[in-house]
Design a protein around this ligand. Structure first.
Ligand SMILES: Cc1ncc(COP(=O)(O)O)c(C=O)c1O
Length: 289
């Protein structure tokens, strides 16, 4: 069955949802997006996604076309018009159609779209055995002078880093900046464990403030695990006892090989597994299981 999407006030079949070639998201990446996970009909941490969306809109001087309450309603209305209780929802807000050649424009009508796709879980063996990642030097893109607390739709650097990673048969590329610091994955945040100390790169202009990252930091604190938000070098990651990635769709994904070298014991580590269990409890609590 063809997905039903929301576009600027209307619910239409995907094939009928069109935006202009003058749309500033298309022309310049002048847009924001959120990818959200629906568990048993409930959008996980919707508040955190909407917080990030609002922060992004403020940073880009983009006036959201709908209130937070209306956006929430639209998300659930679109979800309900599609099949399946477990899904992924993509919300995109671009600055809308612009005048060609005019780089800064504030009098546009922003375009809001929502697309829902069924959730397809990553292969089971990824969680059982961990995945391989590659460090991609000099690939982390800096979002101007903005903290990457915002989820800009400009993903060219991530796309290129992902291509390099896939060419190397890795599941994810870890973007490293020009100072040799590990930043984030192309679609994920990275954590490492060394001598029972959990650490993750601090949010800065290279590191996206992921929702799952935020949830994991909270779960770690609640379970008495110290986590440092700090600068991590590529060498540090190679010396880690455990490494894992976080992303809305992957949740907590163990990494057991970095650049072909085995991480720790070569199996998902105990702290990674403990956090995975806590994350699952958190989802169950959210959906009232
Ligand atoms: C560059 C980057 N870092 C981190 C993440 C993880 O964010 P979240 O946990 O909100 O899915 C994403 C998600 O797509 C991302 O694109």
């Amino acid at each position: 069955m063809e997905p039903i999407v929301y576009l600027n006030g209307e619910f239409v079949p995907l094939s009928q949802a069109k935006v202009s070639i003058l749309d500033r998201g298309f022309c310049y990446g002048d847009a924001l997006f959120e990818t959200m996970r629906v568990y048993s009909g409930k959008i996980f941490r919707l508040d955190l996604h909407l917080d990030r969306l609002e922060r992004g809109a403020e940073s880009l001087f983009l006036k959201l076309p709908e209130t937070r309450e209306r956006i929430e309603k639209i998300l659930y209305q679109t979800f309900n018009r599609n099949q399946g209780a477990d899904a992924v929802i993509r919300l995109t807000i671009s600055r809308g159609e612009g005048i060609p050649g005019k780089l800064w424009q504030e009098d546009t009508t922003p375009a809001l779209s929502v697309y829902v796709r069924p959730y397809i879980s990553p292969p089971h063996e990824w969680y059982q055995n961990g995945v391989s990642v590659s460090l991609i030097p000099d690939s982390a893109s800096k979002l101007g002078n903005l903290q990457r607390q915002i989820k800009s739709a400009n993903y060219v650097s991530s796309i290129l880093a992902r291509k390099q990673a896939e060419d190397l048969k890795s599941v994810e590329g870890i973007m490293v900046n020009d100072q040799g610091e590990v930043c984030d994955g192309t679609i994920s945040n990275i954590f490492m464990v060394k001598e029972n100390l959990l650490s993750t790169p601090a949010i800065n202009s290279y590191v996206l403030g992921g929702v799952t990252r935020q949830v994991v930091l909270k779960l770690a604190a609640q379970t008495g695990t110290v986590c440092k938000e700090t600068s991590i070098s590529a060498d540090d990651v190679l010396q880690g006892d455990e490494v894992f990635l976080t992303n809305t769709g992957w949740e907590i994904l163990p990494v057991t090989r970095v650049d072909g070298k085995t991480v720790g014991s070569g199996q998902p580590g105990p702290l990674t597994q403990a956090l995975q269990r806590e994350f699952r409890k958190c989802v169950d609590a959210e959906i009232g299981k």
